[in-house]
Design a protein around this ligand. Structure first.
Ligand code: ATP
Ligand code: MG
Length: 332
């Protein structure tokens, strides 16, 4: 059955993908857009993991929606009414991160005037989301491993351990096995964290999501904007989105601000989106597309029509799958 951009709820769950997604209760709209086969597969897999308490590791490039998927896991789990606590592991120096995660006893270090519970305790009964886990310093990795193995945490400088019931979901854009090889990530922790795994595909692997996401963000802007012109839509679908969904959200915000209530045109979008087209006009006659641009747009259009399936798209284009892969790589 065709899954529309908007989930359709029946007794709380989407009748197409079975998920109970994040919902904006005021506007009764799902906050996760997933029209592409690839993203729907990731969400379906997440739905299957939701009832377990086993750790989940989410892999994917920056800005693909790893945190969004982590929240979906939580809202679909029996832990949904308990806290979802998120922390970016890369954002804090080691000592601060340790007391943030595990809490500290009074007088544990200079400035620790009061005892304080850590995020593990705060997330008790719920989900703790550890973003950018690849950046966790080695000494803390040992402590995290102990907490995962024993289900107990000890505050910094504390005399007792507390039992905690926390589901740990971690995420990274890094290649963890490579970090293990380089000696900066513990192999035993990696296996403990990735009992279950999810991959959030980059936006260029799911071009069908680009325009639905763009409309979703424009809607969320709440601006008077009249949508996107055909030309702006073409610019959006032709871009390779190295910054993924976050880059798209920013581009839409930029467009809405400049369009001022009129339909969003290419010139309202950030320059780097047009850059690929504008900075290549060597020997190009104004207004005429180069062969590379036409090929790129056509490939993306065919891919979209084939729901992102490279095999099907290659058949439709009557070229080999490897040739298409090579061309797709050049689009990146
Ligand atoms: N499928 C989606 N539907 C709606 N919004 C999305 C979707 N995916 C991502 N977003 C939005 O895009 C932005 C980036 O998503 P998110 O923070 O989850 O990415 P991330 O993979 O955790 O990025 P990073 O690696 O940089 O931490 C957020 O504002 C999020 O709400
Ligand atoms: Mg994130």
């Amino acid at each position: 059955m065709e899954h529309r951009a908007r989930h359709q709820f029946e007794s709380g769950a989407c009748r197409h993908c079975g998920l109970v997604p994040l919902v904006d209760l005021l506007r009764k709209r799902a906050l996760v857009v997933a029209d592409s086969k690839a993203m729907r597969a990731t969400l379906r897999r997440a739905a299957r993991f939701a009832s377990s308490s086993a750790p989940v590791a989410i892999f994917g490039e920056s800005g693909t929606g790893k945190e969004v998927v982590a929240r979906v896991l939580h809202t679909n789990s029996p832990r949904a009414l308990k806290p979802f606590v998120a922390i970016n592991v890369a954002a804090l120096p080691t000592e601060l991160l340790e007391s943030e995660l595990f809490g500290h006893a009074r007088g544990a270090f200079t400035g620790a005037h009061r005892e304080r519970q850590g995020l593990f305790e705060e997330a008790n009964g719920g989900t703790l989301f550890l973003d950018e886990i690849g950046e966790m310093p080695l000494p803390l990795q040992a402590k995290l491993l102990r907490a995962l193995q024993g289900g107990e945490v000890r505050r910094v400088g504390g005399a007792h351990s507390f039992a905690v019931d926390v589901r740990v979901v971690s995420a990274t854009h890094r290649d963890l096995p490579a970090l293990v090889k380089a000696g900066t990530f513990r192999e035993d922790l990696l296996y403990r964290l990735k009992v279950l795994t999810l991959r959030v595909p980059p936006l260029r692997e799911r071009p069908e999501d680009i325009l639905v996401l763009a409309r979703h963000f424009l809607d969320a802007e709440g601006s008077e904007s009249q949508g996107f012109s055909r030309a702006a839509e073409q610019v959006l679908t032709a871009h390779s989105w190295p910054g993924n969904v976050r880059e798209l959200a920013n581009a839409v915000q930029h467009g809405a601000a400049l369009a001022n209530g009129e339909p969003i045109e290419p010139e309202h979008l950030p320059e780097e989106l047009l850059g690929a087209v504008a900075s290549r006009p060597v020997g190009k006659i104004r207004g005429l597309k180069t062969l590379a641009e036409v090929e790129r747009a056509h490939i993306l259009e065919v891919l979209e029509a084939c729901s992102g399936s490279v095999a099907e798209a290659a058949r439709a284009l009557d070229i080999g799958r490897n040739t298409l892969w090579r061309k797709l790589k050049q689009l990146e």
